[in-house]
Structures are given as C-alpha cells and as structure tokens.
Design a protein around this ligand. Sequence first.
Ligand code: IMP
Ligand code: MG
Length: 201
Amino acid sequence: MVGEAPADVKSLRLPPPLPPPTIDVAARKMSLRRIISRGQIRRRVKELAAQIRADYSGQRPVFVCVLKGAFVFLADLVREVDLPLEIDFMAASSYEMEKTSKGHITILKDITTDIAGRPVILVDDIIDSGLTLQHLRDHLASRQPASLRVCALLARERALSAGALIEYLGFPVPEGFVVGYGIDYAEQHRELPDIYVIEDE
Ligand code: IMP
Ligand code: MG
C-alpha cells in the first residue's frame, strides 16, 4: 500500500538557481589552463544534438558511451537530442607500455544491448592516436548494427589530419594533456565543469 507522503516530503520544492561554482584551480597544486568554457561546451553540445536529431529522425539510436571519460558528455548530449534512444556503456584499456604491439587494447567492459540491426552512436571523450576508436569501431561493427557513427567531444588535430573517422566532433584540440568535463589525469579533475590543459611546470 502506498500511503500519503509525509508533510515534509510534500512541501519539498526545487532549490532556487545557484550561481556557477567557483573552482580554486590553484588549490589543486597543478597548473591548469582553461581552453574551453562550460558555456562553449553547452552551445556545442546543443549543436551536435541538433545534428543527431536531424540525422536519426524516426529512429531509436543506441548511444554507446566509452567509460569513464565520456560519461559527462553523454549525460549532457542525450538530454539535448530529444529522440527516443537507448544507452549502454563500454570500457577499454590501452597498454601504452606495449609499444611494440602498437597499442594493444583490451575490452574491460562490453555492452549488454543487442545492437544487431540497430543504429549505434559511439560516444567518446578524446581521440588521441585514434587506435582505441578503431578497435571499438571494429568490435561494435562485428555485431552487425544497422549503422555505426562516432560522436567525440575532442580530437587531436593530428588524428584528424591522419584521417580518423569521426562523424560528430565537439572541438579539435592541439597537443597537451586535457582534463575536465569527465576527462581525467590519473583519475583527477573529472569533476571540473570546464576543459583545461595541464601546463608543463
Ligand atoms: P588513442 O587510442 O590514442 O586515441 O587514445 C584515446 C584515449 O586515451 C582517450 O579515450 C583517453 O582515455 C586517453 N587520452 C588521450 N589523450 C588524453 C588527454 O589529453 N587527456 C585525458 N585522456 C587522454
Ligand atoms: Mg577514453
């Protein structure tokens, strides 16, 4: 039986809007230079979502998010797409120590959705060499989706000029280690709302 909600729950209201949080980057003891603001990200995410909405009209795409870095991007993107859709998650690890095997990539977590015959959009955070992306593309393509496209928040200019196939891209970025908006350096800085590059000390 569902009883009546207690008075204190019934009287709950959404809190009033807050000013944007101020982050004391200096306190993080690492020199971070902001390269993309949350406002720029918000605008770009809306544009990408509008493109996806137009391209997938009448379809029900499966968004496959590459953990962990793309989780914030995915969360913002799907709320702007305004289409019926599904979400699943993958995780891959690349062993850069094994330089000789040219970036051996292991799937740490696979999707559970049956994507055969479905339109799939792979959502990633940053395309650096493009090796991980290629591996994940091949992995998903082997399941015979109806279509497979990539939506990446960031990609190195180098990867783009080398011909990395990215159908939807947020921003091209130059060399330099990028953090924030879900993207980490040794599990740090994912929570920052803007995107930064780590400056060499
Ligand atoms: P790729 O296989 O060389 O394209 O590497 C892609 C993966 O490396 C990304 O999905 C990230 O997880 C990680 N990565 C590459 N560059 C950066 C960076 O600047 N900041 C954080 N992670 C990065
Ligand atoms: Mg990644």
